[in-house]
Design a protein around this ligand. Structure first.
Ligand code: HEC
Length: 192
């Protein structure tokens, strides 16, 4: 316990300031903070040991950039976008994207509605897989077909393009009338 000393050291307008000693535990904590401050300053600022905020931030940014570069490299490396991929996982993903974004105009079966039939051998913008990828990315704005490159990633566009390619020759009921140019054999998923 701190000792009480009622010595009045100062008085102003009837308010008395007494000379009490600070409790020992408080003083002890106070001295500890001084010691820690000196150690901290020596460690981080004088000796330059340990990582400060700036160094830790830079390390984190470098780690994130390395991960991003790695992912970009994998994305462009692994997938060849020049031919359709009919693996179930890709087609399932493509079907989901088609039903959510395209079926309103091309019908869930691809038989066409506001947009053209995607299952027959007639094509306005070309029959090849490249043509399909291109028209999906760039759209036909004046005809109401959006450019999907900002809404769908290359991966998603590839999946949906593969999916609609797989619908070729599926002969859905009540198809929309043919539009565009006839391309012999292009109503088959095997056609290239
Ligand atoms: C708002 C309606 C609409 C939506 C939604 C839409 N399209 Fe279209 N699409 C069209 C129209 C209209 C055309 C025909 C453009 C023309 O006449 O030049 C077209 C053309 C196409 C063509 C070219 C067909 C050909 O004969 O050359 C493909 C492929 C296609 N769309 C795929 C898609 C895919 C995939 C999606 C979804 C990601 C999609 N479309 C969403 C309206 C739409």
């Amino acid at each position: 316990m701190a000792e009480h000393d009622d010595t009045v050291v100062h008085e102003a307008d009837g308010i008395q300031e007494l000379d009490n000693q600070l409790p020992r535990w408080w003083l002890l904590l106070f001295y500890i903070t001084i010691v820690i401050a000196i150690l901290y300053m020596g460690f981080f600022h004088v000796l330059g040991l340990g990582k400060g905020q700036h160094a830790r931030y830079a390390a984190e940014v470098a780690r994130a950039e390395a991960r991003l570069a790695d992912r970009r490299a994998r994305e462009t490396e692994e997938i060849d976008y020049s031919t359709p991929n009919f693996e179930t996982a890709v087609l399932d993903r493509g079907k989901e994207i088609f039903n959510a974004n395209c079926a309103s105009c091309h019908h869930a079966t691809g038989r066409g509605f506001i947009g053209p039939n995607l299952t027959d051998a007639y094509w306005i913008h070309g029959a090849t897989f490249d043509d399909t990828m291109h028209v999906i990315a760039e759209g036909v704005l004046e005809k109401g077909m959006a450019a999907w490159k900002n809404q769908l990633s290359p991966d998603q566009r590839y999946a949906v393009a593969s999916y609609i390619y797989s619908l070729r020759g599926s002969n859905p009921d009540s198809p929309r009338a043919p539009e565009g140019e006839f391309v012999q054999g292009s109503d088959s998923p095997e056609w290239r």
